[in-house]
Ligand binder design. Sequence first.
Ligand code: F6R
Length: 249
Amino acid sequence: RVPVQVYPDSELASVAVARQIADLIRDRAAEGRPAVLGLATGSTPTRVYEELVRLHREEGLSFAGVVTFNLDEYFPMPPDSLQSYVRFMHEYLFDHIDIPAGSVHIPDGTVRPEDVSEYCRRYEEQIEQAGGIDLQLLGIGRTGHIGFNEPGSGAQSRTRLITLDHITRTDAASDFYGEENVPRRALTMGVGSILDARQIIMMAWGEGKAAVVKRTVEGEPTDSVPATYLQRHPAVQVVLDEAAAAELT
Ligand code: F6R
């Protein structure tokens, strides 16, 4: 089965993941090549980003040669909105490190509906032009989504506009001061786009994720739990705290 690493708590797990990212950045810098990171938002990776900021400030880790692609963004979503993933990424990471502004890519929640498919095609093309993603960070939703690939998303799906699952909108309700304010759609990299990354780290913390983690790691690959397709990736790691690992056999 896929390699699973269980840490006593999410703090220790996050520090270990940040160290792995830092090693990749330093290796690529030594080779004179950019490190291309695929990034996630939400509560799961925040401590990883804080640790990367600390490594930048205290240990001189430079992001000058790093290129990033975020997984997803609500749609529609102005970048300066409180809930935008643009704002999230700046708050937790980009405003505190030396990454060039032009190296950051986050799906644009202001694209006109008629331009969405062309925009998504361009997003994939930019990833390809950057040399592909070296390391993709993922959280997981209770629906089994990675990125915003909700149940029904196939293994070959690419960057596109999707409809958010009811459970996902419930989980986002507090961020939006009520479920009725949560956007119904989102732009997301596809399952296929995610599986193209050379290495993937999926993280999950807390008992609320234990059931979906079990299905992801031990269930048959299926569109109804898109995260199960991670089982097909040759270099995936599932990083958990004890609570999220509790239902694994
Ligand atoms: C966010 C993303 C989502 C989240 C997932 C878990 O960019 O791609 O798949 O990782 O919804 O969210 P949290 O971490 O808030 O539990």
